[in-house]
Design a binder for this molecule. Sequence first.
Ligand SMILES: NC(=O)c1ccc[n+]([C@@H]2O[C@H](COP(=O)([O-])OP(=O)(O)OC[C@H]3O[C@@H](n4cnc5c(N)ncnc54)[C@H](OP(=O)(O)O)[C@@H]3O)[C@@H](O)[C@H]2O)c1
Length: 353
Amino acid sequence: MWREKQQNRLSITSRLLRNDQSSLCSITFITCFLHACRKGYEVASKEFDPRDLDVSVVGRSFMITGANSGIGKATAVAIAKKGGTVHMVCRNKDKAEEAKEDIVTKSGNTEVYIHIVDMAQSRKVWEFAEAFKKQYPSLNGLINNAGCMVHKRELNAEGLEKNFATNTMGVYILTQTLIPLLQKSRDPRVITVSSGGMLVQKLEVDDLQSMKGYFDAVMVYAQNKRQQVVLTEQWAKANPVIHFSVMHPGWVDTPAVSTSMPQFHRMMEDRLRTVEQGADTVVWLALSRVASRTRSGQFFQDRKPVPTHLPLAWTHSSAEEIQSFMTQLENLSKAVQLQADADPAGPCRPQFV
Ligand SMILES: NC(=O)c1ccc[n+]([C@@H]2O[C@H](COP(=O)([O-])OP(=O)(O)OC[C@H]3O[C@@H](n4cnc5c(N)ncnc54)[C@H](OP(=O)(O)O)[C@@H]3O)[C@@H](O)[C@H]2O)c1
């Protein structure tokens, strides 16, 4: 049993590191991996200043995607406890209503609203964000938390690969569309829940739809999480009024892990963080004054900015690659909007893939 677990551990680590030539990279990756476990949180949290979260956000509103479960729901509870208005963006009505009841009960705050949106459906995301912008006068925080790892290559209504559509395109369209609303709100912040898994990926700009070669969902997911880090850096440069951050919650015991990575979930057992531990840095980035004074665009773990590349890693991108990535997202987003404008009720099939 022990030997089997050790072998599983080694096989997952070597799979994540399969392109890595540098032993320094490997050692650093394993160190980062261990810090991301529950023990790592317990050590890191000894340095947290509890006064950082001694705040009230009554009158401020926060949108959280995937707020019905795991890290998103724990974040919603924490923000509601501080008096904030919570906009839950969820795809499943029943799950959302059940979660809302629990958030209201735990926080005593009734300012919790549900919006049913499938983040994989690009046009629906854009329509929702446009409508939200018209309906609400302000939005102080956007938390891009919803994420998925779909193991088969499937396409959404617009022909985009579903992991990319949810983890990258949904985040891009939602954030980009809400930027004008955030800009006119007080102390605006955007936090995106990425993953330390992105450290093993270099931004890939020639195959955003994962059409080439073998479809490895773990690597596609890690690529999407790298894309979120690059996006955050670019948004921070382009929008100085808003504070952008992206973060790694650590390895957390949630349905996403138990269903998408059952082998990893079994292997980690009680080393996984609780959802509250996973949500801690999201909440700190969304609410604390200290966080808003950090440089915009950084990658955080356990309330600290951390490097986005392993030492000596091959994962750095050129300015041209980053520009190409941003242009492709902009073009895809425009295609979704043009299609919606031209045919608001009809089937959505932009010609971009
Ligand atoms: N848990 C970890 O160890 C870990 C590590 C690194 C990063 N993360 C990231 O943390 C974030 C939250 O995940 P979690 O671990 O808390 O898992 P979770 O409990 O399964 O939560 C994921 C949430 O995302 C929602 N979601 C997925 N696809 C969606 C879509 N197309 N439209 C709308 N909502 C969608 C899920 O909705 P349903 O309930 O309807 O499925 C759920 O509410 C994700 O971005 C994940 O990549 C997690």
